[in-house]
Design a protein around this ligand. Structure first.
Ligand SMILES: O=C[C@H](O)COP(=O)(O)O
Length: 251
């Protein structure tokens, strides 16, 4: 049985004051979350505050990106060991916003996967097709290519130490959500693709859905057999909405 995971990706949002408010709301309501594992990924500068507030609670935290390098002259980069120094459990890698705005390739994302594991972090490995790719009928080809790059570089056993987040790019921040059936189809394909390398890894692997998931549509999505949680953007910025998604896994 795979425990659902609901992770909040705060992206580049918030101030120290708003982060404190959000954390207070999450701590107040986390007791109602019975089933899902919960995590938040704040902007890096807020990680010490998140650690101070969430240490000792059931909520884990993580980074939004990491460097492939361990240390040195890489201005602006953050090493995996720096994230673990501040108690991070998870790190998002390969988010479509990093692929699009920072030119991250499948190969670089695979290197980041290894770097994360070397530091003891659990990668939240994002994959997904653009609208154009979906309309051209190449969704499966795209996600297969993204997965295969990690399997080739890291091996399937290391892939199994992470979590996959399927995020159709056309559904991110747009209010357009993949229907539960559309999402389930791709999740099943992802599991099938991984099972070609290892049925055991595929069976245990958590595959999250991301893309305009909200309290109102979470239960339907989470009810699908291959959807093991969510990677939440906009709705993770309001404690009530985020907890509403986390509790949808209770049912
Ligand atoms: O990482 C999170 C995803 O990009 C989803 O963002 P969204 O929930 O705002 O659509």
């Amino acid at each position: 049985m795979r425990q659902p995971l609901v992770a909040g990706n705060w992206k580049m949002n918030g101030s120290l004051a708003s982060v404190r408010d959000l954390l207070a709301g999450l701590k107040a309501g986390i007791g109602d979350v019975k089933v899902a594992e919960v995590a938040v990924c704040p902007p890096a500068v807020f990680i010490p505050e998140v650690q101070a507030q969430l240490d000792g609670t059931p909520i884990a935290w993580g980074g939004q990106d990491l460097s492939v390098h361990e240390s040195g002259a890489y201005t602006g980069e953050i090493a995996g060991s720096m994230l673990t120094d501040f108690g991070c459990k998870y790190v998002i890698i390969g988010h479509s916003e990093r692929r699009t705005y920072h030119g991250e390739t499948d190969e670089l994302v695979a290197e980041k996967f290894t770097a994360a594991r070397k530091s003891g972090l659990v990668p939240l490995f994002c994959i997904g097709e653009t609208q154009e790719e979906r309309e051209s009928g190449v969704t499966e080809e795209v996600v297969a290519r993204q997965i295969d790059a990690v399997i080739k570089h890291c091996g399937v056993d290391m892939l199994g130490e992470g979590v996959i987040a399927y995020e159709p790019v056309w559904a991110i921040g747009t209010g357009l959500t993949a229907s539960p059936e559309q999402a389930q189809d791709v999740h099943a394909f992802i599991r099938q693709r991984v099972s070609e390398s290892s049925a055991d890894v595929a069976d245990k692997l958590r595959i999250l859905y991301g893309g305009s998931m909200k309290p109102g549509n979470a239960a339907e999505l989470l009810a699908k057999p291959d959807i093991d949680g969510g990677l939440i953007g906009g709705a993770a910025l309001k404690a009530e909405d985020f907890l509403g998604i986390c509790t949808a896994a209770n049912d």
